[in-house]
Design a protein around this ligand. Sequence first.
Ligand code: HSE
Length: 308
Amino acid sequence: MRRARSATASAPSTTANLGSGFDVFGMALDAFRDTVTVSMSASRGVRVVADGGVPAGARSNTAGLVALAAMRMAGARGLEVRVTKRVPVGMGMGSSAASAAAAAVACDRLLSLRLRPAGLVRLAGTGERASAGAVHYDNVAAAVLGGFVIVRTGPLDVVRMAPPRGMRCCVAVPEVAVPPKKTAASRGLVPRRPRLEDATANVSNAAALVAGMARGDTALVGSAMADAIAEPPRRASVPWLEAARRRAVRAGAAGVAISGAGPSIVAVAPAGADIGAIGEAMRRGLAASRVRCRIVECRPTARGAARA
Ligand code: HSE
C-alpha cells in the first residue's frame, strides 16, 4: 500500500487555568478551530507556511516545533507544515495549543507514529515552547482530548472529564496590542514560591472546581474559579477584570477568570443563563477601562484534535 503524502487535522480553541488551576486545568471551547496539513517533503528539515501573522520559522512556530519532534521520532527527512489559523493569536484562547495539537495529530497519522492520547499531548506540548518559552500542558491537553482536563506532571498524566451539561461560556477578547512573547512575559509575573495561605486557597478552590465538574454543578465551578496565585500579579495587564467580573456575575455568570495568560477573560454560566446579557455586561466592564472587545459566545466541546 502506498503511504499517504499528507495528513490534515484540526483542533479547538481552549481556555486554561479556570482561575484556580494554573497550568493544571484546561477546557476545549467550540469557538474556533485551527487546521494543520503536514506533507512529506523532498527538502531536508521542516518548512512552515502559516497565515494569521504567526512566525513561519520551524523553531519559532508551534506547529513547526511539533513537526521537528515528530520527524525525529519517525526518522523522517523533510516535512512541510501548512497552518490555517482561526483561533485569535496571543489572546489567551489557546492559539498555539490548537496549532500544536492539530500538528501532532496530523504528524501521528502521516508518519504512522501510533501515539496514544498521552503521547499526543506530550508531542503537542513541545510546541508550547514557541510561545510560552516553557512546556506546559493545560491548553494542549484540552486541545488534543477535548472536554475539561486536569494535567498532572511528573509523570505526565491527564484526567479528562465532561463539563456540566449545558454549560455556556463567554470570552471577552480585548482589542489591544499584544506584546511579543506575551505568554512568556505573563508567566514571568507568577511567583515561583507562592505563600502557603495562597497555595491552600487555590488547592481548596481547585478541588471544589473539580467537584463542580463531576456533579454537573456550574455554580460551584464558577465560585471556585478564584485564584490567589497567578491572577493578582497579572491584574495589572488585565485592568478590566474586576469591573467585567462584577457586571457579568450580576448578569448571571457563575464565575469569571483570566483566560489562560490573558488578555481575554472567560465567563462560565449554567444552562439557561442569558449569555447575551453576560457578554454585554463584560463588554461594559471593558468599556469602563476604555477598551473595546469582541464577545465570543461558546460552549465547552468534547471534540478535541481530529482528522479534518
Ligand atoms: N497556564 C498557562 C499560563 C496558560 O497561565 O501561563 C497559557 O498558555
